[in-house]
Design a protein around this ligand. Sequence first.
Ligand code: DC
Length: 224
Amino acid sequence: MTNETQTIQIAIDGPAGAGKSSVAKVLSKRLGCIYLDTGAMYRAVTWAAMEQQIAFDNIEAMTQLLDTLELNFKDEDGVQRLYCNGIDVTEAIRTPEISANVSAVSMIPIVRESMTAQQRRIAQGADVLMDGRDIGTTVLPEAQYKFFLTASLQERARRRGLELEAKGQAVDYAQLEADIALRDKKDSEREVSPLRQAEDAELIDTSHLSFDEVVELLYHKIKK
Ligand code: DC
């Protein structure tokens, strides 16, 4: 996967709740490049499989699902929304139920093949910032800028919890920590494209940084 057109490619990977998506949204606007939330794509596949009551290990049915699945990101009033076969799934893919099942779906090789191909197509000929788990290692190995964002488990759970509370959901912090740790374990231990820091990615521990500080830090590293 070479980047022959010399567009700008930025890869931000890291574990759940490290703040990748929030940082990526603001940073991509400031840099004027396309933002692709690859986690949302895996969540949408999970949502569609659950809607259609497809068992994740039924590879034939999963293949059929992927063949007919159309994912579209649309900017509406400055907010990026995700449509799955014409249905707005922006909120539906963020439920604890989807979070609990998404790792099982994202470890299926045909799911990864299909998502990776779509992600590379979107990156062709455009300046792009992608966040996920395998962007620097697999999807865009030639990206000029690669960051691996992390934070302590407690801090990541605290941030996720605050987000959920802001949406009016009740939060059990001990449970949230356990859920995040389990998802990281599954994402790191899967065979195909596991969550891993690319050798040439810069590790950024955001445990003691504010959101604005992280955005500034990455912005200046890229601008330099
Ligand atoms: O970033 P997120 O928490 O919304 O991602 C949801 C899940 O999707 C995550 O637990 C693992 C999977 N994922 C992946 O396997 N590869 C990516 N590039 C992005 C996400």
